[in-house]
Structure formats: structure tokens, C-alpha cells
Ligand binder design. Structure first.
Ligand code: SF4
Length: 230
């Protein structure tokens, strides 16, 4: 693993192989790999899943980037290792001053880690705002559906409220709003806008610092009403 990190360092810095390897060992140490000097000579298959993620983070940060993009960094890790990796990303983000874009399907990871959130459906953003506020009060039908589908801890044997249907092929997106084939609120929009017009970003009515792409006139009231009748 050390050689790979050293190679990435040398791609951006005119240094000898020895200096680059020293930097690689420092980075492995920084991300918590035990015996970094020895481990720098190990192959990826000799690392555990968590150690591989740590090594990838070392690789991503070796050139002090302004932006780190972490795509599903905790997938396939058990919850303990997942928490360690998220703590590590948080600590290093502060130390390196890098911005981090975290791409994840795990809403618990978002709740724990993110300052701001962009919810995406079929390759496009549909809602954005502070993670805390979006998760507490979703204003787009897709975000609302995602949160409704989480199991509740308060009721036993509760049926999960899944979003009906399946995501579309990105090669053949539905017309208008891509979510319309699955959206149970489209009948509350006058005319055929949901079928024919791709919604533009607009501020969410009634909420500050929030934006959505949806044709509902008052999405917050519509979703709150739905929650009340469920
Ligand atoms: S634009 Fe229409 S179909 Fe799309 S999320 Fe809003 S209500 Fe649903």
C-alpha cells in the first residue's frame, strides 16, 4: 500500500522515492495503521476492510487536497469500524482543512457526519439544506418517502412504508419530474406539470435556507398533512 501512496505523492511533488515512501509511512501512521513502516510493504489483500479504508483515506489526503470525495466509505464495514472511519474522516477534515463530499445511501451516516445535504434521485439533486433540518423536516416527496421507509423504534412489528416502484434507468429517465411514476403527491399538483416539466430549483416555501425541485405549491403543509393522516 505504501508504494501506491508514495506514487500518488510523487505525481504532484518532485521528490525522491525514499522521501515519498517516508511521507507514505507518515500518512499510514496518521490514519491509525499499526506498524506503518512494516505495513507500507503489505498488499491490500493483507489488510482488513477497515484498514483498507484507512489506507484509501491516506491515499486521498497525501497531497493535502482542498476537497476529499469519499464515495460510500463505510459500505461493507461493521458498525464499530464504520464509526471509527467516520471519526477519522472528521478528525482529518479538521486537521487538513479539506472540504469533504460524502456520498452515501446511509441516512444514519448523514445524520452523524454531514453539515449540509443534497438529496439525489435519478442522478439529479431534489432537495438541499442543512442535514439536520432536512432530516427533521423533509420538504420533497422523495426525501419524505426515504425517511418514512426507515424502521421506527417505537412500534413493534410495524410494516415498513416503502416507496412504491423502482428507480428508473438513467438511460431512459421519465419525462417531467423523474420521480413522478412513484410520487403519491403528483395528483396534488394542478395540470400535468409533474409529467411534462422538469422542476427547477426554488426556495422551499416557509423554510429558510432550503431548496427543492418539486411543483407542489406548499410542500411542507402537504407532507405534514400526509403524516397526520397516516
Ligand atoms: S414535482 Fe410532482 S411528481 Fe415530482 S416530487 Fe413534486 S409532486 Fe411529486
Amino acid at each position: 500500500m505504501g508504494g501506491q501512496i508514495a506514487e500518488a505523492y510523487r505525481a504532484h511533488n518532485k521528490v525522491s522515492k525514499q522521501v515519498a515512501m517516508k511521507r507514505a509511512v507518515e500518512m499510514l501512521d496518521l490514519v491509525g495503521i499499526p506498524n506503518p513502516q512494516r505495513r507500507a510493504n503489505s498488499y491490500p489483500h493483507e489488510f482488513s476492510g477497515g484498514m483498507r479504508q484507512r489506507a484509501m483515506i491516506a491515499l486521498g489526503l497525501v497531497n493535502n487536497p482542498k476537497l476529499l470525495i469519499a464515495d460510500e466509505p463505510t459500505t461493507a464495514l461493521d458498525v464499530t469500524v464504520q464509526a471509527q472511519i467516520l471519526d477519522l474522516v472528521n478528525d482529518l477534515q479538521k486537521e487538513f482543512g479539506s472540504a469533504v463530499i460524502l456520498i452515501t445511501h446511509d441516512l444514519a451516516v448523514v445524520a452523524e457526519t454531514a453539515d449540509d445535504i443534497l438529496v439525489m434521485y435519478a442522478g439529479r439533486g431534489v432537495e438541499k439544506g442543512s442535514a439536520k433540518e432536512v432530516l427533521a423536516q423533509p420538504s420533497h416527496p422523495y426525501t419524505y418517502g426515504l425517511l418514512q421507509s426507515l424502521p421506527s423504534h417505537s412500534e413493534d412489528l410495524e410494516e415498513l412504508k416503502a416507496i412504491k416502484g423502482t428507480p428508473p434507468s438513467l438511460l431512459n429517465l421519465p419525462s417531467g419530474c423523474s420521480f413522478h411514476p412513484r410520487c403519491e403527491f403528483k395528483t396534488q399538483v394542478e395540470g400535468d406539470a409533474c409529467w411534462t416539466v422538469l422542476p427547477e430549483w426554488r426556495p422551499t416555501p416557509g423554510l429558510s435556507n432550503r431548496e427543492i425541485r418539486c411543483h407542489l405549491t406548499d410542500p411542507v403543509a402537504t407532507l405534514q398533512h400526509d403524516e397526520g393522516v397516516r
